[in-house]
Ligand binder design. Structure first.
Ligand code: ASP
Length: 342
């Protein structure tokens, strides 16, 4: 008799837990980079194609969350869609280095466990975000770079691909323009730093990322990038740096950044936003706006972030012309935006 009572109690408990979990809010936001995204350079067909790809990415993550999957899986799935598209500066479509190669950075963070994984300067990994996840799950480290990261990939059964896999004609053209502009500045007696500083923002930005809240209340974030056009000397940006380009902490916030990485590293952008939420009780909307539209602007740093909190509130501030982005909350349709108001 007692056993039956206990069993039926357990049954009621598990049913109510399951229905609680099923009704729990969930949400996802993604970005495909911030920068000089001029409306005039978009044909209606091109704009439509970008919007469809952003929707595909946010929906891919949403489906994972809807089925009760983890925010980590949702983030990785959404980022995979963007990495596999030539439209964005990550995976296929990554920008070219000075030596006409592609060197990619990525990171992922689990707000539930505070675990994180990152890779930097990888050249032969089709989906760098997946390798970052493996670093988190299957290594004793947080960040691996270059050949070592690829050696680790092999131990995990990840196949290496040719660097040419990531080639696209539009990024190659962009590299040639960046080189010409820098040579012109140098012929006017400007040094490397001055001529690099003169390069327009479009050569310094472009990245993909995602943040998500799952039905279990866990938040995560991830970021993947080809970095900066014409980069040299093994330059690594903010995207693989926890606290700069990516951060997640349950009950606080999860952030993925896109922008001029040197500023995002020095201003500790993702960590700063979450610190404002945690220690100053600010909403993510206010905290993210303060960092992107006040602190970074004063410093001269361009870019934006996507941020989410444990209630599913989402902030997407940017201080550039546009930021490719999409959001979707439980029970709602996807919202896809490129410019400030559409
Ligand atoms: N933050 C990236 C980097 O500096 C680029 C970007 O997000 O646009 O490598």
């Amino acid at each position: 008799m007692k056993i039956i009572t206990v069993l039926s109690c357990l049954c009621v408990l598990s049913t109510s837990f399951a229905s609680y979990a099923n009704d729990a809010p969930f949400a996802i936001a993604i970005h495909g980079g911030a920068g000089t995204i001029q409306q005039s350079s978009f044909t209606p067909e091109k704009e439509q194609a970008y919007r469809l790809k952003l929707k595909e990415a946010v929906d891919a993550g949403y489906v994972v969350l809807e089925k009760g999957g983890t925010s980590l899986d949702a983030v990785a799935q959404a980022i995979n869609v963007l990495e596999n598209s030539p439209f964005f500066n990550a995976g296929i479509g990554a920008v070219y280095t000075h030596n006409e190669q592609h060197e990619m950075d990525a990171s992922i963070m689990d707000g539930n466990t505070m675990k994180a994984g990152a890779v930097a300067g990888v050249k032969h990994i089709k989906n760098p975000i997946d390798l970052a996840r493996l670093v988190m799950d299957k290594s004793v480290h947080v960040m691996l770079y270059g050949e070592g990261a690829e050696e680790f990939a092999l131990t995990q059964g990840v196949a290496l691909v040719a660097n040419e896999t990531f080639d696209t004609p539009h990024r190659y053209e962009s590299l040639q323009h960046a080189k010409e502009k820098m040579l012109k500045s140098q012929s006017e007696n400007k040094d490397y730093i001055a001529s690099h500083n003169e390069l327009e923002v479009e050569y310094k930005v472009g990245t993909v990322g995602a943040v998500a809240l799952d039905k279990q209340g866990n938040i995560s974030s991830g970021t993947s990038t080809g970095g900066m056009t014409n980069k040299r000397y093994g330059r690594i940006g903010d995207s693989p740096i926890i606290g700069a380009g990516t951060y997640a902490e349950n009950g606080v916030c999860a952030v993925s950044a896109t922008g001029h990485g040197e500023y995002f590293i020095r201003y500790h952008v993702a960590g700063d936003i979450c610190a404002r939420v945690k220690y100053q009780n600010k909403s993510i909307i206010q905290a993210a706006d303060e960092v992107i539209n006040q602190r970074l602007i004063t410093a001269g740093g361009t870019g934006g972030v996507i941020a989410i909190d444990h209630r599913g509130n989402i902030a997407t501030p940017f201080n550039t012309d546009g930021m490719y982005r999409a959001t979707r909350k439980s029970g709602e349709e996807a919202q896809v935006m490129i410019w400030r108001d559409k």
